[in-house]
Design a protein around this ligand. Structure first.
Ligand code: PRT
Ligand code: ZN
Length: 303
């Protein structure tokens, strides 16, 4: 365990060391302006321009590190977070971590799947059957809430081969593209949990200096997530077509309208579109009379 000084003025953030969340987490932090230098052991990254250090750990340990006040913040999947919350509750401990920001990466779902060719007549058809999973608490709650009693076979990995090995009749595992299920001749039948990455924090009040940096980080994350889809669009439009053109601009609240010197019947329109601008939209704008269309990426945004 990394020793943490009790009055350490620097924030500690836990990030997955090596896995699906590592690259998008580091990309998010870098877009938030954090410059990290990695220590020799690669277990810690030191923020060069912010009082924030990153601990690189297994994703399953991230809620525990926040729970135990070793870290103030963590980037982790909702699947891991909710499983841990239920596990703690079952042991009579309240969770000491809060989800403070839903993030736009790490999307997947925890799903039930049965072997291809096996009939599935709704969840009740799994009553009395064995279901293999690494998420016994989430699966247990799902079954309990639907009054279905099944045997949960807890595995630590390779869940998708359990039916073939005769260890289970069905599985409950994470799915993103579905190709792992397909390769193992399994059919997804029910979604137990929709998941994505999240930023978690300790519910413990932080000293003002640290708390201010948490708030700044949250604002920056919001800005980063907003600009990912946002575009800045510039075009010329006949005044007469302005109402129609405004309606065509995706996710745009208040465009700036500028007169065009020497063209009283035309204006320039500048707008931030908070949704992606597709070719089809540009073609529709052109049909509506727009010209000189220009779409630019937005790098930073702060409301
Ligand atoms: O070593 P460590 O414990 O840190 O890593 P890990 O192996 O437990 O986790 P890792 O890196 O596989 O996943 C980290 C987090 O990414 C998960 O907790 C989820 O929140 C999220 N995530 C998103 C996924 C997937 N998509 C995903 N597809 N985690 C796992 N998978 C696996 C799934 O278990 C199955 O084996 O990918 C396979 C299915 O993928 P598809 O695309 O074939 O459906
Ligand atoms: Zn893990």
């Amino acid at each position: 365990m990394v020793p943490v000084m009790p009055d350490d003025p620097r924030l500690k953030l836990a990030v997955q060391k090596s896995g699906r969340l590592t690259e998008p987490s580091l990309d998010l932090l870098s877009r938030c302006g954090l410059k990290l230098s990695r220590g020799k052991d690669q277990l810690m990254g030191f923020g060069e321009n912010m009082p924030l250090d990153v601990l690189f750990v297994r994703d399953d340990d991230i809620p525990d590190l926040v729970q135990e006040d070793v870290c103030d913040l963590g980037l982790v999947g909702l699947n891991v977070l909710e499983e841990k919350r239920l596990e703690l509750a079952a042991r009579g401990h309240p969770a000491r971590f809060q989800c403070v920001r839903v993030l736009d990466f790490g999307r997947c779902r925890l799903s039930l799947a049965v072997p291809e060719g096996v009939a599935f007549g709704g969840l009740s058809s799994l009553a009395g059957k064995r279901i293999a999973t690494t998420y016994p608490y989430l699966l247990g709650r799902y079954l309990r809430e639907r009054d279905v009693s099944a045997e949960i076979v807890v595995l630590s990995g390779a869940v998708e081969i359990a039916p073939r090995l005769g260890r289970a009749d069905a599985i409950c595992d994470l799915v993103s593209t579905g190709s792992t299920l397909q390769a193992n001749h399994l059919r997804e039948v029910e979604t137990v949990l929709e998941s994505h990455a999240a930023l978690i924090r300790t519910p413990v009040a932080l000293p003002p200096g640290k708390d201010e940096w948490v708030q700044r980080l949250l604002k920056r994350i919001e800005g980063v997530q907003q600009v990912r889809e946002s575009k800045y669009i510039l075009l010329h439009a006949p005044r007469a077509a302005l109402a129609q053109i405004r309606r065509l601009l995706p996710g745009c609240e208040a465009p700036t309208i500028i007169p065009l010197e020497g063209h009283p019947d035309k204006v320039a329109v500048h707008a931030v579109c908070r949704e992606n601008v597709f070719w089809e939209t540009l073609e529709d704008l052109k049909k509506a009379g727009a010209s000189a269309l220009l779409v630019l990426p937005v790098e930073k945004m702060l409301d």
